[in-house]
Design a protein around this ligand. Structure first.
Ligand code: DAH
Length: 335
């Protein structure tokens, strides 16, 4: 009975030496290691083996099975397995695949660039909370109770666990809140930009999204004028959109600045020069200084608030804001 194992061993070694393809190997597997293969049959015979040689038979049969399994695995690595390919496992002469490198999101790239440009002009980057109270989002910014910007339907008000109805919280609707927070905690002069998310319950379409980013600038010193504001914005436009970009301010109204202006930049969009409105600005209203604890007789300043998505979309020729947040890698990879 033991010679049967030896014979099987010899025969399998001979078969092994003639394998040349994955298909041969598969035949080999079926013949020896398959569900009805020789090794299975051998194991099945164990119950008929005389008691004296049973342990030895079992041991040798097991060893043979291990040996053949190992040989099969080894051959599979060079010949490949029949199910996945007809040829060898892989062709080592084929050129490799390019490694897939990650990249920064276009909004992150834009934010970094803005911080860099304003940093060169001496502005520090600061942050403020996204969950704000009504005081910092509206009251201190000179936005009165009846102002439409405070309409609950135009804001994400939060339910206050303590039932604070005097100063309820909301997701901030503008980064102007950070002007107040900075002035509350620092002595003038001040030169900061604050970049972050803001939230408004807008229907999503090509130009609206319920979350977007703004950059807020605040400059406070003695005798700050509209000239300082415009000069700063021109510097920014040149650094960010190129030396030929132009800046235009048109009269406007914001509760926290007086006078106020809308900011237009003439930028090159796919070889065409266009005026694009990218935000608002003005000289800080004395009421805002008073709310934040600065003496409006002594200090003056300018502020501006720009939409980051708007800037990035113009710069990179993106026509739908939703693409920025769907995170389709095929889109993001191009930027
Ligand atoms: N907070 C304004 C908005 O969200 C933008 C803005 C306008 C900010 C004028 C300013 C400013 O600092 O001076 O629409």
């Amino acid at each position: 009975m033991l010679t049967q194992i030896e014979e099987l061993d010899q025969q399998s070694q001979q078969d092994l030496s003639t394998l040349t393809s994955a298909a041969d190997l598969e035949q080999f597997r079926i013949k020896y290691l398959g569900a009805k293969g020789a090794v299975k049959l051998l194991m099945g015979q164990l119950k008929n083996v005389p008691k004296e040689i049973k342990p030895q038979f079992g041991k040798q049969a097991n060893e043979l099975r291990q040996k053949l399994t190992q040989a099969y695995e080894q051959q599979k690595a060079t010949l490949g397995d029949a199910k996945s390919s007809k040829g060898p496992a892989f062709d080592i002469t084929e050129p490799g695949l390019d490694p897939q490198l990650g990249r920064q999101h276009v909004i992150t790239q834009t934010i970094d660039e803005l911080i860099e440009v304003f940093g060169r002009m001496g502005f520090d980057a600061v942050t403020g909370p996204e969950v704000e109270d009504e005081y910092h989002n509206f009251v201190a910014l000179n936005i009165p109770k009846e102002h439409p910007a405070r309409d609950p339907l135009d804001n994400f008000y939060l339910e206050d666990p303590l039932g604070d109805t005097i100063n309820p919280h909301l997701l901030r609707s503008q980064t102007s809140t950070v002007q107040i927070r900075v002035m509350e905690s620092t002595e003038p002069p001040v030169r900061v930009v604050s970049i972050g998310r803001v939230y408004r319950p807008d229907e999503h379409d090509a130009t609206h999204y319920s979350m977007f980013h703004q950059i807020e600038g605040l400059y406070v010193d003695r005798k700050v004028s509209m000239v300082d504001l415009k000069t700063t914005l021109i510097q920014f436009a040149h650094a960010f959109f190129g030396a030929e970009a132009e800046v235009r301010l048109t009269p406007s109204y914001f509760p926290f600045t007086e006078p106020s202006a809308e900011l237009y930049i003439k930028m090159n969009i796919r070889d065409k020069w266009e005026w694009v409105e990218i935000g608002g600005c003005g000289l800080v209203d004395p009421n805002v200084f008073e709310a934040a604890g600065y003496d409006p007789q002594e200090w003056s300043g300018f502020a501006f608030g720009l939409g980051i998505e708007r800037i990035a979309m113009r710069k990179y020729g993106i026509s739908d804001i939703r693409w920025l947040f769907e995170n389709d890698v095929r889109f993001l990879k191009q930027l």
